[in-house]
Design a protein around this ligand. Structure first.
Ligand SMILES: Cc1ncc(COP(=O)(O)O)c(C=O)c1O
Length: 379
């Protein structure tokens, strides 16, 4: 089956008992056992739930992995993956990883002895230099949030394989429609499914997909033991969102290309970060491993311009956290999504105070451009 058909018919297609074309919401915590230990595969909904199971099977198929796991948020999924490691282990992370991933490592897992080191993963040599006995995984995002730095997934997974360590990829920005890291050698893919997979800014969810049975067993054990599972209702909503992923993303990208071009020509915009530009530093690598540029754009407004005036002037584009919804969302990484990263680290990696991140929605592109034009003007 081709990917677009898999989005709609993958995993568990409908309900075989009734013929319903959608997987029902199994709103139940527990399951009747006909005799001691005799059941139909489900005992308790933390351990397994049919609606969640349908979603987990679907994301595993979409990512080309062995098994999928659904969590109550992207951070719950990432935290569960980090629990695969132990005290004394070290993880190498991309240098502008999502702020929350950095925060959970720095403020939570560090307390339990799990260490991390920030590396520019766009350079295989720099990553290789940092490998030591204690390094057990490389955790990357590509393109990164918010600066769209590209990492060569195959290069990183080759390094990981060579040293017998794990490669973990946060695929939130691309989704499996555009990029499939497991096919490029990754061991684990994580998602904030809150974003493009859900697609409608109406749920918070996380997914993890692993490439083999051993990791599947270990991650299921952690999921069941720590319990941050996705509810049946949100699992249903997420399955529903995933069905339209390809058509949404096609339109998101069509709009993003137009908006990025417009921003690049704007005299109050100093710099635009967009993987769709031919002169983007990671353009070639990105095109080798992904089917499109995505629809996230970051840009720097000229120094001295009152950034608040710009945000206040927007009427159609919504100022808010998050991304990947049908509506365009804009944010100020320094005070919002990446505020948990210390000022010096932010400056060093380029998350400057006049950087703006735009998640281009599926509205009419001209309306979006007009909104920016009205809000970003010299006076
Ligand atoms: C790339 C990326 N990974 C992970 C997360 C965390 O996901 P959630 O907000 O669903 O917990 C986010 C959230 O913004 C994100 O952008």
């Amino acid at each position: 089956m081709n990917f677009e058909s898999l989005l709609i018919h993958g995993g568990i297609d409908g309900d075989e008992h009734t013929g319903a074309v959608n997987v029902p919401i199994y709103q139940t915590s527990t399951y009747r056992q006909s005799a001691l230990g005799v059941h139909k595969g489900y005992e308790y909904s933390r351990t397994g739930n049919p609606t969640r199971h349908a979603l987990e099977k679907l994301i595993a198929e979409l990512e080309g992995g062995y098994a999928g796991f659904a969590f109550a948020s992207g951070m719950a999924a990432i935290s569960a993956v980090l629990m695969l490691f132990k005290s004394g282990d070290k993880i190498l992370i991309s240098n502008n990883l999502y702020g929350g991933s950095y925060r959970v490592l720095d403020k939570v897992f560090k307390n339990f002895g799990l260490e991390y080191e920030i590396v520019d993963t766009s350079s295989g040599n720099l990553v290789e230099e940092r490998i030591s006995e204690r390094v057990k995984a490389i955790f990357i995002e590509t393109p990164t949030n918010p600066l769209m730095t590209i990492t060569d997934i195959a290069e990183i997974t080759n390094i990981a394989k060579k040293h017998g360590i794990m490669a973990i990829v946060d695929n939130t920005f691309m989704t499996p429609y555009l990029q499939r890291p497991i096919e490029l050698g990754a061991d684990i893919v994580v998602h904030s499914a809150t974003k493009y997979l859900g697609g409608h800014s109406d749920l918070v969810a996380g997914l993890a997909v692993v490439n083999g049975s051993e990791l599947a067993e270990r991650l299921h054990f952690i999921q069941n033991s720590t319990g941050g599972v996705l509810s049946p209702f949100d699992s249903f909503l997420l399955i529903r969102g995933i069905k339209t992923l390809s058509v949404r993303l096609d339109r998101h990208m069509e709009n993003a290309i137009k908006v990025a071009e417009y921003l690049r020509g704007h005299k109050l915009v100093e710099k635009v970060y967009f993987p769709g530009f031919k002169d983007h530093p990671g353009y070639e690598i990105h095109n080798k491993q992904a089917k499109g540029p995505g629809a996230m754009i970051s840009f720097v407004i000229k120094k001295g311009y009152d950034i608040n005036k710009f945000f206040k002037g927007l009427k159609l584009i919504t100022l808010g956290e998050s991304l990947g919804g049908v509506e365009s969302l804009i944010c100020h990484p320094a005070t919002m999504t990446h505020a948990s990263i210390p000022y010096e680290v932010r400056q060093a990696v380029g998350i400057v105070d006049n950087l703006v991140r735009l998640s281009v929605g599926i509205e009419n592109a001209q309306d979006l451009i007009k909104d920016i034009e009205n809000a970003l003007r010299e006076e």
